[in-house]
Design a binder for this molecule. Structure first.
Ligand SMILES: [Zn+2]
Length: 360
């Protein structure tokens, strides 16, 4: 809606300008840059690329003004497209290159790193063919990276990722889901050492991750809000205790299938709430109520018992077991069926009043 209003006002300006200068638009190249960019912000990325080929004027305007682009729709020649576009679109800040079937090779990522130095967000998920060459190029060429998704990329070493974190220290969101070779304790130590602004980290199914790595993260990344450790089968309570003690802004934690996790981990998380409440700074924050766990996945953590999980549920009122909200995920833990969120007890209180109505 706002975009359309902006477009209208651009048209009006164009009319005033056109009348004042007694100038008319006779060719495509006469469309003012501002208006062209405004129009292109409303169309899909394929159209933008076609438009960049209309004439030199349009190509220059687009290369100057285009900051976000996704080529994830491209099913076959993504590599060639990136090679030809990267030198033109040097102002890109966000680039989506997610693939269903792997298409990208290192030369395409090297072209991005060589030309798009302002890049802040890059999605390379499922780029099976990429090797360490890509990570080294990005480390050198794209130091502004804030958000990087390399989930499902199996060709990167932990050494290359460690090098990248040393250069891209502004990283806040990193998706390493399924990067078994990449996400080792060594790599996590590098993240903890270099990326103090990290807020969201996905380590799902990185089954080489151990307590040493997670502890380094907990100490080095106190701003962590979301951490997915689903399927990190080696981790124990020590990891969770370190997170509970150091990452007081943690909102979402995935522990699916972490079967070494016991009640001790649950009590330490519940305790972190109390600790946070006594934090002087926390009491001064007006948005204090927005702190605390809102999502926790402990399904298949079969060692947990109801009292510990209930204590956690009581500490964090945003954790729900009720249908619809379901933010405390306990499926597969048959012994936890007695754990309930606050909604359940409220319903239980209401039930007697509801009865007479039901009788009708
Ligand atoms: Zn609920």
């Amino acid at each position: 809606m706002r975009e359309t209003e902006g477009l209208n006002s651009s048209f009006e300006k164009l009319m005033v300008f056109g009348a004042a200068e007694s100038m008319s638009i006779t060719e495509w190249k006469d469309v003012p840059v501002e208006l062209l960019l405004r129009i292109l912000s409303l169309v899909d990325d394929q159209t933008v690329i076609v438009a960049s080929g209309v004439c030199h004027g349009w190509r220059d305007a687009i290369s100057w003004g285009l900051t976000r682009l996704s080529l994830s729709w491209c099913k076959r020649s993504m590599n060639d497209l990136v090679l030809s576009l990267a030198p033109k679109f040097t102002k890109l800040q966000a680039l989506g290159l997610r693939q269903d079937t792997p298409q990208l090779h290192d030369d395409a990522v090297e072209a991005i790193a060589a030309h798009c130095h302002e890049l802040q967000e890059l999605d390379l998920s499922k780029s099976f063919r990429l090797t360490d060459r890509s990570l080294y190029a990005l480390a050198v060429g794209c130091p502004e990276l804030v958000k990087l998704n390399i989930s499902g990329c199996t060709g990167f070493s932990d050494t290359a990722l460690g090098y990248l974190t040393g250069c891209c220290r502004k990283l806040k969101t990193l998706n390493l889901c399924g990067c078994v070779r990449t996400a080792t304790d060594r790599a996590l130590k590098a993240i903890g050492y270099n990326c103090h602004q990290m807020q969201s980290l996905n380590l799902g199914w990185c089954d080489r991750v151990g307590d040493e790595g997670v502890k380094s993260l907990a100490y080095g990344c106190p701003n962590l809000r979301a951490l997915d450790l689903c399927g990190c089968v080696l981790i124990t309570d020590d990891s969770v205790v370190a997170l509970a003690n150091n990452c007081l802004h943690l909102r979402s934690l995935g522990l699916y299938f972490c079967q070494n996790i016991t009640d001790r981990a649950m009590y330490s998380l519940a305790q972190s709430r109390v600790k946070n409440k006594h934090d002087v700074w926390a009491s001064m924050k007006s948005r204090y109520e927005e702190e605390g766990l809102t999502n926790l996945n402990i399904s298949q953590c079969t060692a947990l018992t109801p009292p510990a999980v209930q204590a956690l549920c009581d500490s964090f009122p945003d954790l729900h077991t009720c249908p619809g909200r379901h933010s405390l995920i306990i499926s597969g833990c048959l012994n936890l069926t007695s754990v309930h969120c606050a909604c359940a007890s409220m319903q239980a209180h209401r039930a007697p009043h509801a009865m007479p109505h039901l009788a009708h």
